[in-house]
Design a binder for this molecule. Sequence first.
Ligand code: ASP
Length: 320
Amino acid sequence: MANAPLPELRRVVVLGTGGTIAGRAASSEDNIGYTAGQVGVSDLLGGIEAPEGVTLVAEQVAQVDSKDMSFDIWQKLAQRCVHWLAQPDVVGLVITHGTDTLEETAFFLHSVLAPTKPVVLTCAMRPATALAPDGPQNLRDAMAVAAADGAYGVTVVCAGTIHSGVDIQKVHTYRLDAFASGDAGPIGYVEEGAVRRVRAWPERAAKASKALEVLTAQWPRVEIVMSHAGASGAIVDALLLAGGAEPVRGLILAATGNGTLHHALETAALKAQDEGVAVLRATRCANGRILPRPDDRLRDAGALTPVKARVALMLELLGV
Ligand code: ASP
């Protein structure tokens, strides 16, 4: 008698990096006085049912409060993503992450991986010990996206909403629905485990195939300086003077409105550019993009926020 075919093995790998989703507080009433990055990723999966036909694998990559995210962790995380994405039976990845720098990690992974499978970051605004934690539902929703047919690219799932890793921004300090996708809007929603997509999955980053070469490289120093009422060139001048073992190679100017700068900061930035520092203007505005003008003397970062522009400039300086 012929054997029945074995069911196809479909794995979703959950990579833990810490954050509030893995946070512990002394009291279940306390949603803010907790320590992030305490509960192991395998324990976070306890009690969560995997999507049908999916086997979960848990791996702890880091255990930090994401305000302390580092290049070392980014490199290790990207390498683990590359490893797992290459396994034929792995259909997608979920990454648990703190909310504070989630958009930077998502944009970094988008820029260096351009995955053809889904890489879904998720998080929580309340610690695992809270009376009503939001982490378990976010994690379950992220698994649904990671296992969804046809899904690909780096996305973020929070509060039932799927955001692109390119457009996502943290926009609230406390609310469970703490993220927004600006003008682009969300990619879709997760409702009772079902993915409802309203726009395309994220576009692949054009040069991502070259990116893995830089994952072990020394990161160039790129600083962010904000333009504001009463700004001066003092910070830029001080950064240039500092030199030392790690001289500044790039500057992001968090510019007002459509990329405008206080004239004193602009003068210092132009001098820095003349001295070989890569300078990029990124708007301070939460929405919109910088519309270039023919007389611009400093490049602009389009729709990228200052923190994402910094990632983009670091990768550019690394030749990616
Ligand atoms: N500070 C925490 C973190 O980013 C905040 C959070 O996860 O909500 O890790």
